[in-house]
Structures are given as structure tokens and as C-alpha cells.
Design a protein around this ligand. Sequence first.
Ligand code: NAD
Length: 506
Amino acid sequence: MPLVTSTSTHPGIDSRDLDDRIYVGGHWEVGAGDLIESVNPATGQVFATLHGATPADVDTAVRAGLRAADDSGWAGALPHERAAVLHRIGDGIDAARERIARLQTLDTGKTLAETTALAASAANTFRYMAAAAETSDGALTTPRGPWLTMSTHRPMGVIGAITPWNSPIASDAQKLAPALAAGNAVVSKPPVWAPWVTLLLARICEEAGLPRGVLSVLPGPGRTVGEALVRHPDVAKVTFTGGTSTGRHLGRIAADKLMPITLELGGKSPTIVFADADLERAAQGVLYGIFSSTGQSCIAGSRVFVQRSVFEAFTSDLVRRADRLRMGPGTDPDTDVAPMISAAHRDSVADTVARAVADGAEVRCGGTIPVDGALANGWYYPPTVLTGVANTDRISQEEIFGPVAVIIPFDGEADVVAQANDTVYGLACGVWTEDYRRALRVGDAIDAGTVWVNTYKQFSISTPFTGLRDSGLGTEKGRAAIRQYSDQKSIYLDRSDEPIAWGRHP
Ligand code: NAD
């Protein structure tokens, strides 16, 4: 797909990618739902509007998905046949990488470096799941009687995929690629804050030969469109990424339907710096862990524990580095910290910090919304470091989803493990030490689905991702992801010469 800039007023954006139509059961239609106004977070200007979907569209899309998966042969296709389509989707994403990146930067404010990397990762996710589909074997199980016994898998039907705004193309790929690879139809509900890139992905899927109707993309409010999707009786499974309270609510609906649901939720992840760590390296990693993506990351390392003997030196160094980060629009290659998704979210972060300060926290850097120059029109919030707080304080316990780190001292391994685990969340954790035995011990003891040792916020599609406690339910990524979207069946083939010995034989 070539990059087309002709009729768009936004450099590098194809005007077709801001077309006011949603994708319902294989048809591009102007939605009858709420009007979504998309605003560029760097300028506060509306750049496009989109008529969203309605609950009636959910019903149309689910029925179309069921029909299309069967009629087109998608559900019954051999794995290598589906894999060929997934490979073409990966190639299509690669060919449109710059276009996707610019669109996502316009919509979410993120830096182009980040959105380009997210697009590349989405392409690779489709390729990885294609390979996984082709090589996922069923099993002959050990017989315990006169049978040939085997375990096989089949598609579940229609999968509902609900995603947040913070990394749209990567979240989409993480759900769509394994669900499609397993032979399902998918109804995707992207967030109202960032709907465009999922619609572009639908175009790429269509051009790659995904049968029409197998995928629908229905942007709209969670309370109406999202909830209709979860409640729909013909949706076989939902995969959700978003906030913990939304996830808990959807989990209850799923329980009523006895429907499996995967929940990837919030976090308040600890990063632990021991005195023996390479402190330069640790400071750089802690900085990246909390301030990249402007802190709008589920795995942001927002609770930083530093061993008391190096607490002041490390904090001063971190503050010096944070002060040097450049705030600016995502399109500027020199930008480190881009604007936040919305004015409301930026203001809620500012309120949270103000409340902590009123409770006694000390602001070591950041802490105020920029009011002059080019930054005044966008939704910027500076990298903020707070000290003088305890792990039990509200600022240390609540997910802020912004560029705010609390730095807390600790006295030894047992102390830091207890403090780090004193949270409702269990998503990720970072351990910085030169002692690998200690790293493994502490990593084991922390309740977190992902542990990084001497690094942070690194990802691979081949490595499973799980949230423990209030951070989630179930696992995404890895080869087994395809099985999360498959029903398992067992088959007994009788090989004995005798009928079943029961009752009275004639
Ligand atoms: P959110 O829960 O408000 O929304 C997420 C999605 O759910 C959106 O598409 C939204 O429209 C939809 N939704 C909202 N209410 C719904 C309802 N009642 N029924 C059905 N759908 C509904 O979250 P957000 O503000 O978009 O995203 C930020 C949150 O996502 C943070 O808590 C962050 O930690 C979390 N997150 C988690 C991961 C992870 O992998 N664990 C990754 C990214 C973001």
C-alpha cells in the first residue's frame, strides 16, 4: 500500500484512512451510533469525526461472523491456508507501516518512534501466529483401554475483542492474530479515543484476502457497543484489555453466560534498585520504564524502590535525567515525552499529584501542567518524581497511567519483597542488581506475571504475558495463544473386536 498524502491536510496520512465508515459484517457503512470527535492531543484540534456503531451493529456483525466463518470456508480451512492469509496481513501492515504510525500518532499523541515500533510488532505478531497455526499439533493421548485416543482443537466461533487506546495496533494484533489463526470470526470494539488504526487494519485484512464478514470493526462507547458484544449470546469468548474495574464488570457478565474471558488489566508495577546494581544503567531503565509512552502503559514501573544506602544519590540522578527529557509533539523526532491522550486524563493525573502533595509528598521534578509556548495547546504533563511517600499511601497504590514515579526507600530483600507485594496488582516488576541469585530470588517472590532483570518494558510475542491478582485473568501471546481461542475435543476410536461388556448379551 503506497503512502498517499494528496487529499489529506495531515502530512503522511492517507485521507481514506479518515473515512467516516465502520466495518460491519464485511460492509463499510456510515455508523448510526454516537459521533466520535477525534482530537490531536498535541494541538487540541479536532482532526476527524466518525459515526460509531450501535448495539444493533453488534448483532449484525456477530451473525455475519458466524455465517462467514462457515460459508467462506475460513473455519474449516487447513491451518497452512489460514497462515497464508495471516502472512499477507503481516506484509500489508509492513507496507503501510509509516501510514499506520502517523495515523496512530495523530490519534493518540504518541511519538512516531513508538507508533512505528508498534506497527512493526503488529506485523510480526501476525507472522508469528501464522507460523504457530501451521505447527500447532494435536495429540495422540496414551490409551487406557482398547481405543485410539486423541485430543484435537476446533474454532470457537465468534470472538469479541475489546481494546484500550494506549497501544491500539499492537493490542489489536495480539488478539486478532491468534483468534483468526484458530479459524474464528472476530468482532473488534476499538476505543472511542483511538478508533482509526483498527479500521485501517480491517482494510489491510480485506486486501490480504481475509473473507468478508470474518472480521468486523465497531468503534463506539464501551457501555453500549462493548457491553452488547460481551452480552451477545453467540459470542463464544471475549478478550479484553483495559482497566481493572471494567474488566471485573465484564468478568461478571461472562460468568453469567459461562463464557471464557481473557482480561489484561491495570498495574502499579514495582521497580527495585539494589545498591549493588549498575546504577547508571538502572537509572536509564527506570526512566524508560515510567516515562516512555508518557507513563500511559499498563506495565509502567511507577513504584520505584531504592535501597536506602543509595536512595538520595540515585534519586538525584533520576531527577537530573527526567529534567532533561524533552516534551513535544509525537511527530518531532526530538520528543521524548509526548502529550497525553486527553485533557480529562491529563487533568486527572495533575489532580492525583496535587492530592499527594497536599498529603505531604515532595515534588522532585515536574508536577505542573505547562502553560506557555507550543506546549500550552496540547495535553502535556511533565515527567514527575515524588519522594516522601510511603508504599501504603494512595499515590503509591492507585494506577495513575501517567508520567509519575514515586520513589520509596527500602532496607533489605525481605523488606522490599513485602512492600512490592503490598498492592492489589500483579502485572510486572523490575529488579536491578549485579547479583543474579538475588535477582532470581526476588523475581520469584514478587507476585507479577512478568519479571525483568536489569532491563524493563521489553516484549516478545513468543513470550506469554499474564496479569496476576487484579491485573488480569488468563494469558496472551506465545504459541499457546492460539489454543486460547480454540475448543479442545477428545476423540475415542474403538479398536476392540468385542462389544461393550455391559448388561445381558443375547
Ligand atoms: P477502559 O477499561 O476504560 O476501556 C478499555 C476498553 O473497554 C475500551 O474499548 C472501552 O470502550 C471498553 N469498555 C469500557 N467500558 C465497557 C463496558 N462496560 N463494556 C464493554 N466494554 C467497555 O480502559 P482505558 O482507559 O481505555 O485503558 C487504560 C487501562 O487499560 C489501564 O488501566 C491500563 O493499565 C489497562 N491496560 C492493560 C494492559 C494489559 O495488557 N494488562 C495493556 C494496556 C492497557
